[in-house]
Design a protein around this ligand. Structure first.
Ligand SMILES: Cc1cc2nc3c(=O)[nH]c(=O)nc-3n(C[C@H](O)[C@H](O)[C@H](O)COP(=O)(O)OP(=O)(O)OC[C@H]3O[C@@H](n4cnc5c(N)ncnc54)[C@H](O)[C@@H]3O)c2cc1C
Length: 498
């Protein structure tokens, strides 16, 4: 939601989540008619004002995708519905794709500089390019039964989903709410060696739903069944020439902890500014190597953690508590690449809340006021680098010098870069001043009054400039050239402070 907020979509997505407003968390039970044990309850706060201005929002993919599509169109994207990509050729110079209109069969060729394969976990593009997923496997086959039933009398509260486990009979299932009040989904395990969707006829589905409800007398209308697999797999590479894998095509794992689409959005957020920088000429092509350098280690570390949590959930046991918590998984990801100057190390997730701005980590949140508007720091970061500095203290000129230093890369590299001073008190209304509402700049950034920090368009810290750094313009120029590979240098290790 922090990312959606920064591009102005949070409000629409929150509105799309309205049907889930009364939803009360995740519960475990023997059947819905029995006692429930809450794994997560509605008492859990939706906001984390110490960490982000974004607020968690429960909504479904069907409601979010039209919002994203409309936003893409507003920014000039062309959408071709009912169109299948049937071939793709990637060379050192470009990508040539052939697409087919599914209604007419008509084929069209599309040439492009780059291609993002966001074509799901079976990813025909990944397969065509021969990109493997070592160790990928399916560990559970699941049948989804979608049905309608009036359950208000049975359910004192509506969970997002219930995990059903009856040790006496061995019955296990997931029971999921949908955006429609009387529509539900039951997920049960099946064995594809001996049965298919056809074996789940209406009578069998009704019986399974009755068992999950713990009541056989409730009227149920079966709408349909669909098989899906729970598996895990991470692509061996995220890039082949000019094609990048993102989302499920790059990594897939079970739905525990809701890290599927969320991680895909983070992939896109990491890749989009790099592509924009290269295509618009303010970065060298080597910057694109850092997409894989940064995102692949995250997926490799996430996969076993999520599988372990899902297996604990399905077996009815307690979820492991010895790994990073969900805050660390989402907000504590660390990058180690040449797009970061002096990254903190090769630790993938911060186990504790990130308090001091660290190169390679997400920039710590600040509540700020600008022109009478209260906003979160990440609201200011979406399509440009951001340089933050203190007000300069006794030598007020120091803060001003950092802001002035930002004008040179704007013209020399023709890159988007905003510079702001973080001030303790509302001052003389300079446009570059941001009022630090909670006084957290000193503790979370540790830069004194005249250091500075450079934040990338995806909200990650690119470089720190400690107090006493020499000429701000020289330091900033050198850092940006190193990060953006504007010198045409080949891919290498992490950057070094200029
Ligand atoms: C039961 C379940 C619950 C889940 N719960 C959560 C959750 O709570 N939170 C969360 O974050 N994630 C969740 N996920 C995971 C989430 O749904 C996926 O991670 C997400 O949909 C992946 O998005 P994607 O765009 O990468 O791929 P997809 O959503 O699979 O989209 C790929 C698209 O590419 C299209 N495509 C494929 N091949 C071609 C072609 N040749 N030409 C044209 N189009 C093509 C497909 O038709 C599809 O529309 C859940 C998944 C499941 C199964």
């Amino acid at each position: 939601m922090e990312i959606y907020r920064s591009i102005g979509l949070a409000e629409a997505i929150t509105a799309a989540g309205k049907p889930f407003e009364g939803e009360a968390g995740v519960a475990r039970c023997v059947s819905l008619a029995d006692e429930w044990e809450w794994l997560y309850s509605d008492a859990a706060p939706r906001g984390m004002p110490e960490v982000t201005a974004g607020e968690a929002c429960m909504t479904d993919q069907n409601a979010v995708e039209p919002i994203l599509l409309a936003a893409g169109r507003d920014h000039g994207a062309r959408y071709l519905p009912n169109t299948e990509l049937v071939s793709v050729e990637s060379t050192a110079d470009g990508v040539l794709a052939q697409v087919a209109d599914r209604a007419t069969g008509a084929r069209t060729e599309i040439g492009a500089d780059y291609l993002i394969a966001a074509d799901g976990h079976r990813s025909p593009i990944r397969e065509r390019l021969g990109i493997g997923r070592p160790g990928a496997h399916t560990f559970m086959h699941t049948m989804n039964i979608v049905f309608t039933a009036e359950l208000a009398d049975l359910l004192p509260k509506r969970a997002l989903f219930w995990l059903i486990n009856d040790p006496a009979t061995g019955f296990g299932a997931g029971f999921v709410s949908t955006a429609q009040a009387d529509r539900w989904q039951l997920s049960v395990r099946y064995d594809p060696e001996i049965e298919t969707e056809r074996d789940f006829d209406e009578a069998r589905c009704r019986k399974l739903v009755g068992t999950a409800l713990g009541r056989a007398d409730i009227a149920v209308e079966i709408e349909g069944v669909a098989a899906w697999e729970q598996g895990v797999g991470v692509a061996e590479t995220y890039r082949r020439e000019r094609v990048f894998l993102a989302g499920d095509s790059a990594h897939v794992w079970p739905p525990a902890q809701g890290m599927g689409a969320n991680t895909g959005v983070q992939d896109a957020h990491n890749l989009a500014w790099k592509l924009a920088a290269v295509v618009n000429g303010w970065a060298g092509p080597a910057l694109l190597d850092t997409y894989q350098d940064e995102r692949l280690p995250i997926a490799k570390a996430l996969a076993p953690l999520i599988v372990r949590n899902q297996q604990a959930r399905l077996s009815g046991g307690a979820e492991p508590t010895d790994g990073p918590d969900s805050e660390a998984l989402i907000f504590g990801q660390h990058y180690w690449s040449s797009a970061v100057i002096e990254p903190a190390g090769r630790q993938v997730f911060a186990t504790n809340r990130e308090t001091v701005a660290t190169p390679g980590a997400r920039a710590p949140h600040l509540w700020l006021r600008r022109n009478d508007r209260r906003l979160g720091l990440h609201d200011l970061i979406s399509d440009a680098f951001v340089l933050l500095t203190g007000a300069g203290g006794a030598a007020e000129s120091a803060g001003t010098a950092w802001c002035a230093a930002a004008t040179e890369p704007r013209t020399e590299l023709a890159m988007p870069l905003h510079a702001y001073r973080i001030v303790e008190k509302a001052g003389d209304g300079r446009p570059e001043d941001l009022l630090d509402l909670d006084g957290q700049w000193p503790a979370r950034y540790g830069l004194g009054a005249d250091g500075a920090v450079l934040i990338r368009p995806d909200g990650y810290v690119a470089a720190r400039f400690e107090p006493g750094t020499g000429n701000p313009a020289d330091a900033l120029r050198a850092a940006l050239r190193r990060i953006l590979r504007a010198d045409g240098a080949s891919s290498g290790g992490p950057g070094r402070c200029p």
